[in-house]
Design a protein around this ligand. Structure first.
Ligand code: AMP
Ligand code: MG
Length: 408
């Protein structure tokens, strides 16, 4: 799709090339707040309230007027204010009001003095320190002003947003419908778990990884299973996925092996680019359009499939789903043991990041072969090694990217 595929395509170019073509394709619907968990906001949420809605006390103590304290004599307690039960009575000069955390401060209050800074003798309260004006008062609107945008469109609702929205009295929200993603694995050698293996067979692991990542992203998954390397069955699966889903993700069959019919078929059905990415693992990758759905063809090697999904497909799906997406932070760490690397591709080695005596330390999980799954399952981060970098010696500094929500 307009890319030079003769050489190796840098990851950033591939990502940019995809994102430029994609736009949100999910309509919005109104859902009650509890059902909206995991969904993506379709519009900004403006606060219908000021938060807090009234001036209230940050401490258990006494509401005072500064002029009453000027003489230094004890004040008489006029009454009490509790959370949910404001003080209603008169507040004569020379008096204070006993107040609890969260209670509205009575009109005229200049400060709340915490209980620990007072001495009570019956109703006579002695103040041990002179309060600052406004002390221990949470002002109305100091957290969120009325009408302020509290959450922008594109926010995925996590447990962190739910109490925030509830605190504003938001009972229902406009959210995007989930992105519908069809998936299948290709390969004559693949068998589903729970069935015996004949000689030469392996279990289909990619589909379980891709499904799990789609679930983490809140996508609806249409799992079409394993499709053998057979043009007629592949064609039927592509057509079904295209008719029923927004996106199709396949694994395997995008390299130049003998049994890779995918390219041929996709050239006929849609407009698909076959890329050789300048990343390791994950060289072969296909992206493009079927008549109705977008298509992502991941490499068959299990680690490559996971890494290309995480690095490339995740941001693309987020855009289609209307979700704002930010990559996890990248940090610097000291390499504890040498790392093998040859120049030419951007490496996403799998590493174990830990706190060492002199700061963050990282080591490789062992064999970085893209078929070795333990390299991924034992890791907690990528060690991101620049394209032109060669072997890395112990003690050198490298960039690490702790795994984000998709892999945790
Ligand atoms: P391919 O890209 O189809 O040439 O596959 C590359 C390698 O990944 C081969 O060793 C395949 O057997 C393996 N592979 C492909 N798909 C899967 C899968 N779904 N699960 C596990 N391994 C796979
Ligand atoms: Mg294959």
């Amino acid at each position: 799709m307009g890319f030079d595929t003769s050489g190796l395509l840098p990851l950033s170019d591939a990502l940019q090339g995809m994102l430029e073509q994609l736009a949100c394709c999910c309509d919005s619907e109104q859902l009650p707040l509890p059902e909206a968990l995991g969904r993506v906001l379709a519009s900004d949420i403006a606060s219908p309230l000021a938060v807090p809605p009234f001036d209230n006390s940050a401490m258990d103590g006494y509401a005072v007027r500064l002029e009453d304290l000027a003489s230094g004599t004890p004040l008489i307690m006029a009454g009490k204010a509790f959370a949910g039960q404001p003080y209603q009575g008169e507040w004569p000069a020379g008096h204070c009001v006993r107040i609890m955390t969260g209670a509205p401060v009575p009109a005229g209050t200049d400060a709340v003095v915490m209980q620990e800074e007072t001495q009570a003798d019956g109703d006579r309260i002695t103040f041990l320190a002179q309060p600052e004006p406004g002390q221990n008062i949470r002002r109305a609107g100091s957290d969120i002003g009325k009408g302020a945008c509290v959450l922008p469109a594109g926010t995925r609702l996590t447990p962190r947003e739910m109490p925030l929205l509830a605190s504003l009295g938001v009972a229902s929200v406009a959210v995007r419908r989930p992105l519908k993603v069809a998936i299948f694995s290709t390969g004559d050698e693949l068998k589903p778990v729970g069935t015996p293996l004949a000689h030469g067979d392996i279990y289909d692991s990619n589909r379980y990884g891709v499904r799990a990542m789609l679930a983490r992203m809140g996508c609806d998954c249409l799992d079409l299973g394993i499709i053998p390397d057979d043009p007629a069955q592949l064609r039927a699966a592509f057509i079904r996925a295209d008719e029923e889903a927004d996106v199709l993700i396949t694994t395997g069959g995008v390299s130049v092996g003998e049994a890779d019919f995918t390219k041929q078929l996709l050239d006929e059905l849609g407009e698909i680019g076959f890329w050789k990415l300048a990343i390791k693992p994950g060289k072969p990758f296909a992206f493009g359009r079927l008549p109705h759905a977008w298509f992502f063809g991941l490499p068959g090697n299990p680690v490559s499939a996971m890494v290309t999904f995480d690095q490339l497909v995740q941001p693309a799906l987020a855009k289609l789903a209307g979700q704002r997406f930010e990559r996890p932070l990248q940090l610097q760490a000291i390499v504890a043991e040498p790392l093998k690397k040859s120049p030419g591709r951007l490496d996403f080695q799998r590493g174990i990041l830990s706190q060492g005596p002199n700061g963050l330390e990282v080591r490789s999980t062992g064999s970085q072969d893209s078929a070795v799954f333990s390299s991924l399952s034992r890791a907690n981060c990528y060690i991101v090694l620049e394209r032109e970098r060669g072997r890395v010696d112990a003690g050198e500094t490298v960039t690490v990217e702790p795994f984000g929500g998709l892999l945790l």
